[in-house]
Design a protein around this ligand. Structure first.
Ligand SMILES: [Zn+2]
Ligand SMILES: [Zn+2]
Ligand SMILES: [Zn+2]
Length: 768
């Protein structure tokens, strides 16, 4: 006790520090407990729904050092977003301890995302002397499942699905030993007390030697369901054409690229071109699927990603994955795609796999740790040394995105395809995991369940609900119903305004900007299908200054599937119906062509569209690359993959008031086709043209408005070839360019834009 001498007492200091951010489930409390004990401090640290609260007292200089170095003292996988420090009266505590968690107060969802296996745990896995040698569920304070096993907050043993596995005496000792690296590890377990691996055949019968059997099955080209962190994967040998072909037949998924898991970073380099930044992302705690340029003759079956230059690659991220790959003669890469039927939610229970997917799956490698929150793998690309998220889910969710403004709690329900939703709490926006196409009933149920779960975890009752303007989106109906039932304020945000707001929000900008929203489709305020939009926008509103010219979508949604109809529409508009017919008849057939032209005359069946995505579809079909799609974005992705990067030529375009006219573009493409120019050249010239349209339209808008900041968003902005042309060109002309990196530019990022608009409308304080 140090409170005896008056001289000493004056040198004592006590502080209360509240840390918010990724501070729970990452070894935060044990790290500080060890450090402060070493420094002879007294006090305590505890989890609260507000974040971690630490009280420490000791010599003034030691406490001042603590406050100064707090962030750098945090464990490697923690991230302190906000820190409140308050000086309080010393009470004469001389020892430091981890105190009981407190569940009171408003939750700020202090649950970390799921974390890939750390190096220490991996070392134990490989060490024959270690008691966790070859243990498929090895975790510690720095790694393991988190969000996907969480039932309630704060993140403790009793609030996650590991509570079914009471720790054995040895584990209990490690848990309580401040010198142990599993001190207060909420997921601590070992082969004696933890979850068990098991292997079931398609009839649900248990088989012995699960890991050996799984490896044998994979080597034999079979389809294996493997229980992971957020759901089941469907796995097969990615190096075997037969196995991949069989998986595609069974899943009825002829072309959509499949993700692969590769044994290690070395093997990854042999399959794909990997730069330093991409390597960092592959090895990160988030461990997402990374889109990488594949090498020629890389050993992976062509059927994994037909017609594309990229492969979606991830590294093992659970001990179970590592153990599978360590098995003798295992292929160096496995297809690891979600175990579901196309577009349905990923399966999370063996019952679902056995009952619903027995025609797809041969055997099931599973375990008895329950998945509480379904969560798909995240998918990312990289652009200019930054992340470009394609799907933000496992590893990133539920980490909040910090806004400049605070406001009343809001629910933003997102769009329809690639749906995610968001809930706000003060300045934080919490995005849900990937939900998918909510026009599917199972996905809609997944949406409703996840919303309930997020409301519970956040302890938030939204006062505002935000949705799209589309009258037929299921999310719009959900928002309206919720607003009516609970008497909530309802805000509708135009789709492309939401895309731009999303980009503004994650860049901490409030605008006004020139918003370039190059997208698939979204409901326009004039009732047309928008998607090639140039807006002047801030978080309060927008004006539409310019857009790609309107053409009819023959048969509405049908024109999305049959891209040849978009080619016909653009040709007919640009060059007249006769030249369109003569060009498209050989590709579509005479009858189809004439019928489509007739349907285009009827506005009821053929809404007008300014969509940039549909323009890419049209060109893809015209070049004979893809005239009918089997997954969203297929025609555009294959057109991008086709580009000759050396080609510098471009086509003409023109302006008529608000409309960008593409007659010159289509005339040029037809001339090039007649001259038998390679389609690689034509595809590249088309990309160059779109980049020039973006640049020239932005220059015109800057001349008119004086605004020099450009925000790029919308699904087309996932096209890295286009970004690689447009972004440097804009910068060279003095524009400040805002890109999306924390959330996807596609509809998976819409909810952030909606949330930001709600905070701008209903929030009060703005921090600079
Ligand atoms: Zn670990
Ligand atoms: Zn144990
Ligand atoms: Zn969109």
């Amino acid at each position: 006790m140090r409170k005896d001498g008056a001289g000493l007492r004056t040198a004592l200091k006590r502080v209360r520090i509240t840390a918010r951010g990724r501070v729970q489930g990452v070894g935060f409390r044990p790290t500080f407990c060890r450090a402060l004990t070493d420094h002879g401090c007294g006090g305590s640290i505890r989890n609260t729904p507000e974040g971690v609260v630490l009280e420490a007292e000791g010599e003034a200089s030691v406490i001042e050092d603590l406050v100064r170095n707090f962030r750098s003292m945090a464990p490697p996988r923690a991230e302190v977003l906000e820190l409140d420090v308050e000086e309080v009266e010393p009470v004469g505590e001389s020892s430091f301890k981890i105190a009981e968690s407190s569940a009171e107060g408003r939750s700020l969802l202090p649950i970390p995302p799921d974390l890939a296996t750390c190096e220490e745990c991996l070392r134990e896995l490989c060490c024959p002397e270690d008691r966790r040698h070859r243990y498929p569920f090895n975790t510690c304070t720095a790694c393991g499942p988190r969000f996907t096993i969480t039932r309630s907050v704060p993140f403790d043993r009793i609030s996650n699905s590991m509570d079914e596995f009471p720790p054995c005496a040895l584990c209990t000792r490690e848990y309580g030993d401040s010198a142990d690296r599993r001190f207060h590890a909420q997921t601590i377990s070992c082969p004696r007390c933890g979850p068990r691996l098991s292997m079931l055949n398609a009839e649900g019968k248990k088989l012995d030697r699960p890991l050996d059997r799984a490896a044998e099955m994979l080597k034999a080209g079979k389809m294996l369901a493997v229980k992971g962190i957020g759901g089941f994967h469907l796995a097969c040998d990615a190096t075997s054409d037969e196995a991949v072909g069989e998986l595609r037949r069974r899943k009825k998924r002829p072309y959509k690229p499949l993700a692969i898991m590769v044994r290690g970073i070395e093997e990854c380099r042999s399959i794909c071109k990997v730069n330093h930044f991409q390597e960092e992302v592959l090895l990160s705690a988030q461990s997402p699927i990374v889109l990488l340029k594949k090498r020629s003759s890389c050993g992976v079956s062509e059927a994994v990603a037909p017609g594309l230059r990229d492969l979606g690659v991830m590294l093992p991220y659970t001990p179970l994955h590592y153990l599978l790959f360590r098995h003798e003669d295992m292929p160096l890469a496995l297809v690891m795609t979600s175990c579901n039927r196309a577009e349905e939610p990923i399966s999370t229970t063996e019952e679902a796999v056995l009952n619903e997917l027995s025609d797809i799956v041969d055997d099931v490698l599973t375990h008895d740790r329950q998945i509480v929150n379904r969560c798909d793998d995240s998918v990312v690309a990289t652009f200019g040394g930054r992340l470009l998220l394609v799907r933000r889910s496992r590893g990133y969710v539920p980490e909040p995105i910090l806004m400049r403004r605070s406001g009343p709690p809001a629910l933003a329900v997102g769009a329809m395809l690639k749906n995610t939703f968001a809930m706000t709490s003060g300045r934080r926006v919490f995005l849900s995991q990937h939900i998918g196409d909510v026009s599917d009933a199972d996905n809609a149920a997944h949406f409703a369940r996840s919303f309930e779960r997020f409301s519970q975890l956040l302890r938030l009752d939204p006062q505002v609900v935000v949705c799209d303007m589309h009258p037929d989106y299921p999310t719009t109906a959900f928002a309206r119903e919720l607003s009516d039932r609970r008497g909530l304020e309802l805000l509708q945000v135009q789709h492309h305004h939401a895309h731009i707001a999303s980009c503004l929000a994650e860049n901490g900008s409030e605008g006004p900007v020139i918003g370039v929203s190059m997208d698939g489709s979204g409901y326009g305020e004039d009732g047309a299908v928008w998607g090639g939009e140039f807006l002047v926008a801030d978080l309060q509103g927008y004006t539409r200054r310019c857009h790609l010219e309107y053409v009819p979508m023959a048969g509405g949604e049908q024109a999305v599937l049959h891209t040849e109809r978009m080619a016909l529409a653009h040709l007919a508009h640009a060059l007249g119906p006769d030249r369109a017919l003569s060009r498209m008849e050989p590709l579509m057939g005479k009858e189809c062509c004439r019928l489509a032209l007739q349907v285009m005359e009827k506005p009821r069946f053929s809404p007008l569209t300014s969509s940039c995505g549909r323009l890419f579809d049209a060109v893809s079909a015209l070049l004979g690359i893809r005239k009918r799609i089997t997954y969203r974005g297929q025609a555009a992705c294959e057109l991008e993959a086709c580009c000759d990067a050396e080609e510098k030529g471009a086509y003409d375009f023109d302006y008529d008031g608000e409309s960008i006219l593409l007659e010159g573009t289509f005339r040029g493409i037809c001339e090039d086709l007649d001259a038998s120019r390679p389609r690689q050249v034509i595809a590249a010239r088309f990309h160059n043209t779109v980049a020039r349209i973006i640049l020239e339209t932005c220059v015109r808008m800057r001349d008119e408005t004086g605004i020099g900041e450009v925000a790029l968003s919308g699904g087309v902005m996932q096209n890295r070839h286009l970004l690689g042309l447009a972004v440097p060109a804009l910068r060279a002309r003095g524009f400040e360019v805002l890109l999306q990196t924390a959330v996807p530019p596609n509809d998976g990022g819409i909810c952030l834009g909606q949330a930001a608009c709600a905070l701008a409308r209903f929030g009060s304080s703005s921090r600079g």
